[in-house]
Write a protein that binds this ligand. Structure first.
Ligand code: UT7
Length: 331
């Protein structure tokens, strides 16, 4: 049996830090509210001239180096993003050109903050089907390009960043992607949306005057969805892998709100050592939040070969899903 094994991991965050104190000077908010309601203390913001594909490039180079691969050896590139450099062509095509002169096929995956999980599922499926053997999966979002820094209900939440993994085909490996679970319910489409600039409301003076080029979120409703979607994603992913909560060594959740992560921890009776959290330093980086947390856990030496990791995310769509992965490289 062919399995998609994670052979390389790399991440990137921009240098500029936006602290809660900085935000206090921009909108009517305060550190105490932000920390107690979200757990966030600071987030990173990309430079003005730094686009999603630039951050993707940095993460991808690090992942490729970690895997000991050159970009021209890749068979396919998936880029999960909600903030492509341009609506078209794809960020995957731009990333390919920045990595190698050799043409490599690629596509963007857009599924809200769950895009990273969707992209892993697609990559694992093409590897398991024998279509491709070396696949780069990148998550990159420049949320600061669509956040309204005059809207305190969203301005405090989001940050920029990127993560990348290399998945490679390995025969009979105990490691790699064991299962994925994906779901979407478009009845919640308007709860988290960038209304302007698409075919429904093409960019115009009116859409800009209405600030429709910015992200809009019904925070309370998304919160209520998230506290159900996160546990559902964990349970369904483990079920598809033939495992149970007791088999999960680490939960690496989408870092949207400390309270959503805490609710999942309580529900599954997990201790702090079993959950990876870094929301206080990066905020919600959308698709990049799980790979950023994964890389931190690795750098801290927390991930031992054979450990069962569950990535669980939710986001615009509404979408939700999980990946169950056994950590370790093939021998
Ligand atoms: O990855 C994408 C998925 N997105 C999410 O997961 C976000 C999910 N939602 C959330 O995390 C939370 O709903 C928020 C953090 C966005 C909001 O927290 P909340 O506890 O649901 O607050 P709320 O919206 O119910 O607002 C409570 C109060 C309101 O004031 P009143 O009406 O009670 O007087 C808000 O106006 O807090 C006020 N408020 C703020 N106050 C200070 C809202 N934003 C702020 C702010 N600073 N930044």
């Amino acid at each position: 049996m062919v399995r998609a094994v994670l052979t390389g991991l790399g991440t990137y965050v921009p240098e500029r830090v936006l602290s809660n104190q900085d935000l206090e000077r921009m909108v009517d908010t305060n550190d105490e509210w932000i920390v107690s309601r979200t757990g966030i203390k600071e987030r990173r913001l990309a430079r003005e001239d730094e686009a999603t594909s630039d951050m993707a490039h940095q993460a991808a180079e690090r992942a490729l180096m970690d895997a000991g691969l050159k970009a021209d050896e890749l068979d396919f590139i998936f880029v999960a993003t909600n903030t492509p450099d341009t609506v078209f062509p794809s960020t995957a095509a731009r990333l390919q050109a920045s990595l190698t002169d050799r043409p490599v096929p690629g596509v963007d995956v857009q599924a809200g903050c769950t895009g990273w999980i969707y992209a892993i599922q697609l990559a694992a499926a093409v590897i398991e089907a024998g279509v491709y053997r070396k696949v780069l999966v990148v998550a990159s979002d420049k949320l600061s390009s669509i956040v309204d820094y005059e809207d305190r209900t969203t301005a405090v939440l989001f940050g920029d960043g990127a993560g990348a993994i290399v998945l490679e085909a390995r025969e009979s490996s105990p490691f790699g992607v064991l299962a994925c679970y994906l779901n979407a319910d478009g009845r919640g489409a308007e709860l988290l949306v960038q209304p302007g600039g698409g075919s429904r409301w093409p960019a115009s003076h009116d859409t800009v005057d209405s600030r429709w080029h910015f992200l809009k979120m019904s925070g309370n409703e998304v919160f209520r969805f998230a506290v159900k979607a996160m546990p559902d994603a964990v349970e369904q992913g483990l079920k598809q892998a033939g495992l149970s909560i007791a088999d999960m060594d680490f939960l690496i959740p989408h870092q949207a709100n400390q309270r959503i992560i805490d609710a999942a921890m309580r529900q599954f009776k997990l201790n702090a050592c079993q959950v990876v959290k870094n929301i206080e330093r990066y905020g919600n980086t959308s698709v990049a939040s799980i790979p950023l947390a994964l890389d931190e856990a690795r750098q801290e030496g927390r991930l031992k070969p054979g450990a069962v990791l569950v990535f669980a995310a939710f986001g615009a769509g509404l979408t939700w899903g999980s990946t169950v992965l056994r950590w370790g490289k093939a021998l």
